[in-house]
Write a protein that binds this ligand. Structure first.
Ligand code: ZN
Length: 181
């Protein structure tokens, strides 16, 4: 699974969606985190404990280092601590399970990471307003922390996606969250 949404207490739908698929939170064996914004990691905990009892969790080291320091925030630290002993802070050279490939997609946040698995590129928050940004990748959402890097990432996602005929998935893309040529 990639990211967790907000968590039930903040209106997150993930637990309900898992049930709809006849899955339970204990069925998740691997959880990959793209970046540490609340709407991506909020659901890592439910009622202050780990929401996924069997998941090995993979987080980008750069992202961890930024958010889990004095510059960071208490929520990030609390949600990472909930997975002590099975939290894997990886760098881009590391090999990840399930054949997942991590790509540097910084800009939106310092360690924002895209994941490639099979024919899908999970590009997460590379884009927030697809109608506008597909035509104007130079336009940034106010959430993009480094605008220049965010623009470069947007261009990279579309070039790389095209070159490998990947389906691009984004958490803020319209409809089912997929961009398909
Ligand atoms: Zn974000």
């Amino acid at each position: 699974m990639f990211d967790t949404g907000n968590g039930s207490a903040s209106g997150g739908q993930l637990q309900k969606r898992l049930k709809d698929l006849q899955l339970s939170s204990s069925d998740i064996n691997y959880l990959f985190i793209t970046h540490f914004h609340f709407d991506h990691i909020g659901g890592m905990t439910e009622n202050d404990s780990a929401a996924f009892p069997n998941a090995e969790v993979y987080v980008p080291e750069t992202e961890y280092a930024y958010w889990c320091t004095q510059e960071g925030d208490a929520l990030s630290q609390k949600n990472m601590d909930a997975y002590a002993g099975r939290l894997h802070r990886f760098t881009l050279e590391d090999t990840l399970p399930m054949g997942v490939i991590a790509h540097d997609a910084k800009g939106h946040t310092p360690g924002h990471t895209a994941y490639e698995i099979g024919q899908v590129l999970i590009a997460d928050d590379f884009m927030h307003g697809a109608d506008l940004q597909l035509k104007h990748p130079e336009l940034c959402a106010s959430y993009d922390m480094n605008r220049e890097e965010a623009i470069q990432t947007r261009l990279w996602v579309s070039e790389y996606g095209k070159s490998k005929s990947l389906i691009i998935a984004g958490m803020h893309l319209p409809g089912n969250g997929l961009l398909q040529e």
